[in-house]
Ligand binder design. Structure first.
Ligand SMILES: Nc1ncnc2c1ncn2[C@@H]1O[C@H](COP(=O)(O)OP(=O)(O)O)[C@@H](O)[C@H]1O
Ligand SMILES: [Mg+2]
Length: 382
């Protein structure tokens, strides 16, 4: 079983912590884990030492840096984009490096993986790119497929599908860099028509990176430029007044189950990167203090959101519940949520009767089932 972690995104460190938790709690009688690290520069390596830090802050702050980070110098790994018994090719470089021509030639070894757990957050991993490679290689993998992963990463497209399924979302609009260059006044007018405060976000990102809360009109242009520095598509949303942040985890394929709901109380004005991973003040409350009927509604909407993007395996669906108006909206779906034992996803399932090792087990079973289902499909019209 391959555990692919790290990745080229800003959420590399969080992924390292998620992978460390999975590796620690995996049932070794059933699975033989092969940690595969995607380095920040995009190289795939088999690390000499698997990650051990269990909290994102630890990895980010480097408090246990030497132990937490996979050491450089592992073997390079390549996943061929075609089916075969060698899922990974590992490359041991010759004494004088790779390309030189003199020295010992590189040794290539094949390695078969029966299933892969991509535990990658953000672009280049949670967004369908790695899932696409796994599809080409025809390897079962945990979590949603290519389309659901891509849609789950793109907040604008995600909202279109949520609306098409009748889910409540906050008023929003989206535009691309070319619109900003050519029709700036129009973009500004449409944005301000949503009212203040606004949330300005890169459409494809996570962990609150590049997101601004805009409370005054003159802060809008810098917020848009900040978001455009991360993505060519930007989404602008009406701020939900006095929001409570409610989260619900979903597990399954065609008959997904919803966990109990949890609530996050951010330590800062909103749940930004600092509040998520760095300062200690953010709190989670499980189960969230909600009346039974509202909990049932959150669970129903979580499953609907999962189905709206045609997800499978797992997702975490995040809601904003206005204290001011009582309105509940679906904010986003995360197809590979933070996966440490102290992450909301795991804690929600723990509180719903599925302890962490069972969770990993079930996800692998779901991956196998979905893969088997796809193998049965016809690939030819005749
Ligand atoms: N429309 C909104 N109204 C109020 N708060 C918001 C809104 N959108 C985002 N936020 C705040 O910003 C945080 C991050 O936004 P989110 O869309 O979840 O991005 P990410 O994918 O980076 O987690 C949310 O958890 C919430 O605190
Ligand atoms: Mg979020």
């Amino acid at each position: 079983m391959g555990v692919i972690y790290g990745g080229r995104s800003g959420e590399h460190e969080i992924s390292v912590a998620s992978a460390a938790s999975i590796l620690k709690h995996l049932d070794r009688e059933k699975f033989e884990p092969v940690p595969v690290c995607i380095e920040k520069d995009g190289r795939w390596t088999l690390p000499d030492r698997a990650p051990v830090a269990l909290a994102a802050a630890e990895v980010i702050e480097g408090t246990r840096a030497a132990a937490a980070k996979p050491l450089p110098g592992g073997r390079d790994a390549i996943m061929p984009a075609h089916p075969g018994t060698d899922t990974l090719l590992t490359i041991e470089r010759g004494a004088s490096g790779s390309g030189g021509g003199t020295g010992t030639p590189a040794v290539v070894t094949g390695l078969g993986l029966d299933v892969v757990f991509p535990v990658l957050h953000g672009p280049f991993g949670e967004d369908g790119t790695v899932q696409g490679l796994l599809e080409l290689a025809n390897v079962p993998y945990v979590g949603p497929g290519v389309m659901a992963s891509a849609v789950g990463m793109d907040k604008a497209t995600m909202k279109i599908l949520f609306e098409a399924r009748g889910l409540p979302v906050t008023p929003w609009h989206a535009f691309v860099a070319a619109d900003w260059a050519r029709r700036r006044d129009d973009v500004l007018a449409r944005s301000l028509a949503l009212g203040l405060p606004l949330f300005v976000k890169p459409s494809n990102l996570g962990s609150s990176v590049g997101i601004s809360k805009v409370k005054a009109a003159d802060a809008l242009v810098p917020a848009i430029e900040e978001a455009l520095s991360f993505d060519r598509k930007v989404i602008i949303e009406a701020g939900v007044p006095e929001p409570r942040e409610i989260e619900c985890a979903v597990l399954g394929n065609d008959d997904p189950l919803a966990s109990t709901a949890g609530e996050v109380i951010p330590s800062r004005e909103f749940y930004d990167y600092e509040a998520k991973y760095l300062d200690e003040g953010s709190k989670t409350i499980i189960p969230a203090d909600l009346p039974a009927s509202q909990l049932a509604e959150v669970q129903r909407l979580a499953i609907e959101a999962f189905k709206a993007i045609d997800a499978c395996g797992m997702s975490r669906v995040d809601f904003l519940l206005s204290r001011a108006t009582g309105a509940l909206v679906v904010n986003e779906i995360n197809t590979i949520p933070g996966f440490t034992t102290i992450s909301m996803f795991a804690k929600l399932w723990e509180a719903s009767g599925v302890p962490y090792p069972d969770l990993v087990d079930r996800l692998i079973r779901l991956a196998m089932e979905r893969h088997a289902e796809k193998q049965r499909l016809r690939t030819s019209a005749f």
